[in-house]
Structure formats: C-alpha cells, structure tokens
Design a protein around this ligand. Structure first.
Ligand code: COA
Length: 676
C-alpha cells in the first residue's frame, strides 16, 4: 500500500500536529473530530503554528497556504471512507477508542489501515474491536508531532507484516524516524522515560535531594536541556501521573506512580524549580536515574520489545538525550552500569536484573550497535544503512559494518543482486561531520585519512563487484552518500530521491570519488556545476542529466528491483534530452573560469545560470580550486589514478582554516571563508 489520503481522528494537540506534519509532506488529510467546530479548532491550531513558521521565515506564506489547503476539517467520520490510512488520536479512553474503530470498520473500505496513537493501551486492546485486526497497528507520535521526529511503529499480535510495512513506509515518507516496538505497555520510550520521571519524584520524596539538585544532576548526567521536574511542568504533571498509573497497572509496583506525584497533581500547582543545587547530592541522583535507564532498557530488549539500537534512537530523537541508555552504559562502563541496575533492582521485590546486563558486565565489552542490516531473499541482498537519526551519516563504525555486510553479500553464491538503501528519510547525508570536527580538534587528521582510505577502498569493491549493485535512492544523498550511490550499477530513485555535493560549502571537497565518478557518468561541465555550486538535484533533474537511471514510484520499487534482478537493467544510461535551463547550465560550466566564479565576476543573462554561478562565490576558495582541478585533471585518467589524486590533497584541505570553519559551523551559522 502506498498511502496518499490520510484520515486523522481527533483534532486536539496531537491529532492536529499529526495532520499538520502529514499535510506538510504532501498528503491529503481529512481531520475529523466530534463535530465541525471541534475540527475547525484543530485547523486553527495548525494555522497558528504555520503562521509562526511564516513569521520566522522558515517557509513562505504560499507554502503554509498549500499545507492548509491539503487539510479538510470535518465532523463526519464518514469522510474517512476512502482514506488509505486512518490515524486515531482521541483522548485515552479505551471504550471511546474501541467504539470509534468499530464505527470506522463499517465506514472504511476493506483496504484501509487503522493506526492508533495510544500511549496507554495496546494495539490488541483496540484491534479486537474491528473485523480487520490484521490491518490495525500503532503509530505512536511524540509531542509535538509536527516537530518531534520519533514515531514508534507498533505491531499487535494480529497485525500483518504488510500493514506494519505500510505504516513504516508512511512514517518514513512523512520525514519521521520510525522505530519498531512490540505491543507492550509503554511501547519503547515511555517504558523507561516514565519510570525515570517517577524515580526523580521518589528521590525527592525520600529526601535524598531537593528539586534544584535533581534537575541539575539529571541535566548533567543525561546532557539534556530540561530535568524531569521542568519537563513535567511543561508537558503536564497529570499526564505523567496517568502514564505511570497505566504502566503500574500492567507492570507492577516499580512502575506505579510515587504517592508524591499524585499529591502534586492534587495541588494543581507546578513543581517549584527555584533554588540552589547542592552538588554533593549529584552522584546519588545520577546513580538512581541512570539505574532506571539501564534496568528498564535491558529488560525491554530482553523481552524483545525493541532492539538496543531502536531503544537508543528513541532516547536521542524522541527525548533529545544526547546518548541512549545503551550508549550511556558504554560510557559509564558496562560493569558499572550493571551495578547501578542491581542497586536499583534490590529496592524492589518484583524486579530482577535482566541477564542481558549481567552478561554484558561479565564480558566487560561495550554494547555493539548494528548500524547496518543485511537481509537476503530470493537472491537479492538488501543492505540497509541504519543510523536514521543522523541521516545515516558515515562514521567509522558504519563504514566498517557496511564493509562486513557488503563483503558477506558479495561473497555469497546465492546472491545475484545487492541493494543499498538508507533507513529513514535520507539515503546517506555524507560523511559524519562531527567525526571530522572531533579529529580536527584532537589533531588526529591521520584518522580522517584512514577513514577516507578505507571508505574509498570499500567503494571500489562495490564499484567493481560482479554482482549487480542497485542503489535505492528514496531520500537525500549528499557528499559521501552521493558518492556511494555512484558506485552502484543502477540508481533507482523515488520522487523523494535527491543528490548533491555540499562539500565546497563546508570547506572541503568530495573525497570518495565525487570528483571522478561523477564526471565519468555525466561529463565535466555538469560535474563542475554540482561540485562547485553544491546545488542539490531532485530525482527528475538527476534523471535528466543521467545521474539517476530510473525514477520508480515507491510502491513499485520492490517489484522493479526483482524485475531487474531477473532480467537485468534497462539498456544504456542515455540521458534524456536536457531541459533548457540545465542545458544552459551545462554550456556555461563547460567554459566558466574558476577564478571568476570564485570572485563572482562571471556574467550570464540567463537568470538560472546567473543564480547558479553566483553560488560559487560563497564557497571555500581553496576547496573549490582543488575540486575543480581534480574534476578536470582526473576525467581522462584511469579511475584509480583519479581517486589517488583525490586522496593526495586530503591533509592539505583538512589543514585549512576554512575546513575547520565550514565543518564546525554546520547547523549553527553560515561559515565565513577567508581562503586560508
Ligand atoms: N554528519 C553528522 N550528522 C549529520 C549529518 C552529517 N553529515 N547530516 C545530518 N546529520 C544529523 C544532524 O546533525 C541532525 O542531528 P541532531 O538531530 O542530533 O541535531 C540529524 O542528522 C538530522 O539532521 P537535520 O539537519 O536536523 O535534518 P534536516 O532535514 O533539517 O537537514 C541536511 C538535513 C542534510 C540539509 C543537514 O543535516 C545537513 O546539511 N547535513 C550535512 C550534510 C553535509 O554537508 N554532508 C557532507 C558531508 S562531507
């Protein structure tokens, strides 16, 4: 199923937020509430948020109008009849939800998938009210759903694999970072987050520390902007109490709310945050709060609620912790982490320390995260880069695991085709910039060199493999991601596919074949355009210039890959005729003088060309010169020689002030390059 029309029932904060995000990503939305005025109020919420976006110049008014134009507010559930997917986000009352789904079951066609955004009940609780439990799943969003990227995709005991996949694809298509969860109380994140908050209240209640000290200790230990009490004040203390009550009913005393939490709700007051923190209390608080994270996270993984990777993604993306529970365990040491879990568990009769913690402590080895997944079916190996919260940016671990997965697939006689894809909304957003910055700070450019050499050598193996390698480009590819895509024999893009080389804008140049394979594929002028300007091309433009081989609708991708696996790719990679503006760009960059581009003195009467040419002036001049030289000099050489030339400038470029300025400015400010 490829969902295009989405019904959202409940126009409150959650429902309207989900509607806003879904419409922002191009879907038609029907937002339903008990009556038309209630639905209209939801639309007003969306209007207000969009107006804020326009005011802050995040998008123009026309975009906000388009988004609003895609949301229809109504009081009639019948209007959901022809939706592909209906997401329920009404208040947490099981009887109400069951009644609603039973009604929708009659209204909607048999193919419609139902998803619940419940946080208190299970999917099974709800699915059993319908005649289609196989087509019911959970899509659990986090506040605020238009902004928070995390979505838990929950499969109940009867949810079909097809439904789970469709819900997952929908989450990805709306720019979310989905994680899998079993249908168990609290799913993934609330299962440890709610006890974490509750533990803070217990610490207060026991007099171990006061609120300012708990807040400060929590912020320091988890590197977060708000501690548990401030968070409760912002998100609603009754919500915390309700969540803990529900978890406690299902999971036992440890999860039950502290009486102090209930008492606070009774007062109707916020937690008082003011006062001086007492540093001597930090360690005690830290051990208890970390203990909760370690204990509950390990329990969940042992119960197969989720993987360690998804558990940590949940914390980083959903809660904005700088590290997830398992990464934190690695940081404090797995033995020490297990000790903290034991200390906490010893306070409760109903809690045992999971063997996972003990085993890891016995091994004394850090948890290993799987950032690359390999699966093989009917001769097709699918390699998924799975670091969606960092847009699959390539770090040392990811490259090393990609190497292992690729070599394994490449060596298997039962594999004929290898598909490379990214989890989440991107294919690969390039090399991990934080890795570069860390090594520049530490003066260890040799590690950047090792990383680059290793990735280059892996890319060569992918390029030269006897297997048919397909890149499934269903999102953004930048820098090292575009370079990886270019190693594939075939690039199949969905309409979300995009490619670009932003390196000169961050002070460096493409170092994994971007100045070499690109020109061999699309010629020197268009390579100069892409690399010197950093412009990103969408799937259509990429297809027009021959960078992408085919555009395939997302719902047909699996079938097209199987067809290519059986009968081979379409013949030749002939670019379609260039649209007028790309043709002009190509002509311009055939001749354009590099220094004039850098100085911004080139002239063109063609507005699009002038705009593209003008971009080069804002790039790092040294990187631009080297990149240009590599493109021109490498084009008629053997690929190997061209790649060696790319490597030969590595120390030089990473030694420039502009590289440091560009890399360390990313996401913070526009870099100022000085050609040094
Ligand atoms: N290295 C490390 N982290 C990266 C990354 C990269 N190349 N690209 C994205 N990320 C991380 C972001 O830091 C962010 O992490 P956070 O949530 O902890 O802040 C997360 O991925 C999501 O990215 P975000 O910027 O919030 O998404 P967006 O959709 O708003 O923007 C990009 C996407 C790709 C435009 C932007 O992330 C970007 O410019 N990335 C760098 C791309 C690049 O220059 N690559 C070439 C490297 S050689």
């Amino acid at each position: 199923m490829s969902a295009r029309k989405i019904g959202i029932v409940g126009a409150g904060n959650m429902g309207s937020g989900i509607a806003q995000k879904t419409a922002t990503e191009g879907f038609e939305v029907v937002m339903i509430d008990v009556d038309a005025p209630a639905a209209e109020r939801g639309l007003d919420r969306i209007r207000t948020l969009l107006a804020e976006g326009v005011e802050r110049r995040i998008f123009p008014r026309s975009v906000a109008d388009d988004i609003l134009g895609r949301v229809r507010a109504t009081g009639r559930p019948e209007d959901a009849a022809d939706c592909d997917l209906v997401i329920e986000a009404v208040f947490e009352d099981l009887a109400v939800k069951r009644e609603l789904f039973a009604k929708l079951d009659d209204i909607c066609g048999p193919a419609t998938i139902f998803a619940t955004n419940t946080s208190s009940f299970t999917v099974d609780d709800i699915a059993s009210a319908t005649e289609r439990p196989d087509r019911v799943c959970g899509l659990h969003y986090f506040y605020h759903p238009a902004k928070n990227r995390l979505v838990e995709v929950v499969a109940g005991s009867k949810t079909s694999e097809e439904t789970r996949r469709a819900a997952w694809t929908f989450a990805e298509a709306t720019g979310k970072t989905p994680i899998h969860s079993a249908d168990s109380p609290g799913f993934v994140v609330n299962r440890y987050f709610v006890p974490w908050i509750n533990e803070a209240v217990r610490i207060l209640d026991e007099g171990l520390a006061d609120i300012p000290s708990i807040e400060a200790a929590a912020k320091k230990a988890f590197r977060i902007g708000m501690g548990p009490f401030e968070l409760m004040n912002v998100t609603g203390i009754p919500i915390g109490l309700h969540a803990a009550t529900t978890l406690g009913e299902r999971l036992g005393p440890f999860y039950r709310p502290s009486p102090r939490l209930a008492a606070q709700v009774e007062t109707g007051e916020l937690w008082p945050l003011d006062g001086d923190a007492d540093e001597s209390k930090y360690e005690g608080v830290r051990r208890r709060l970390l203990g909760v994270a370690f204990l509950v996270a390990s329990t969940m993984v042992e119960e197969t609620v989720c993987t360690i990777e998804d558990c940590d993604i949940g914390a980083r993306v959903g809660l904005r912790w700088s590290l997830g529970p398992f990464e934190l365990a690695n940081r404090v040491g797995v033995t020490e982490a297990a000790r903290m879990a034991v200390e906490l568990a010893s306070r409760w009769d109903d809690i045992v320390v999971p063997t996972l913690s003990r085993r890891q402590a016995d091994s004394d080895k850090p948890f290993e995260f799987q950032l690359v997944r390999l699966s093989v079916e009917d001769g097709i190996a699918e390699i998924t880069l799975n670091r969606p919260d960092a847009l699959n940016a390539l770090n040392e671990t990811l490259v090393s695991q990609l190497e292992q997965a690729f070599d394994e697939a490449d060596g298997r006689s039962d594999v004929g085709t290898i598909v490379l894809r990214g989890a989440g909304k991107a294919f690969v957003a390039g090399a991990d910039i934080k890795f570069f910055v860390r090594n520049l700070d530490a003066g260890t450019v040799d590690r950047i060199r090792e990383f680059t050499e290793r990735a280059q050598s892996l890319y060569r193996r992918i390029d030269e493999s006897d297997k048919l390698v397909i890149c499934r480009l269903d999102g953004l590819a930048l820098g090292g991601g575009s370079e990886l895509a270019l190693c594939a024999d075939v690039i199949l893009a969905t309409d979300r596919g995009m490619l670009g080389f932003p390196e000169t804008g961050i002070g460096i140049y493409p170092g994994l074949g971007g100045t070499q394979r690109t020109s061999r594929r699309i010629g020197i002028p268009l390579t100069r355009w892409l690399v010197l300007t950093g412009s990103t091309v969408d799937a259509k433009a990429a297809r027009a210039i021959g960078l992408v081989d085919e555009i395939v609708p997302v719902e047909e991708m699996g079938a097209r890959i199987r067809e290519i696996h059986r009968s081979g790719p379409a013949n030749g990679r002939a670019a379609t005729s260039l649209p007028e503006d790309l043709d002009e760009i190509s002509r311009f960059f055939q001749e354009a003088d590099t220094e004039a581009l850098i100085e911004g003195t080139t002239k063109s009467s063609h507005p699009r060309v002038a705009k593209e040419a003008g971009k080069v002036r804002h790039k790092a001049p040294i990187a631009t010169r080297i990149a240009d030289q590599l493109i021109r000099d490498g084009a008629d050489k053997e690929l190997e020689e061209g790649l060696a030339m790319e490597l030969s400038h590595l120390e030089e470029i990473f030694g420039t002030q502009d590289a440091y300025e560009g890399l360390s400015s990313l996401g913070r400010k526009r870099p100022a390059f000085h050609g040094r």
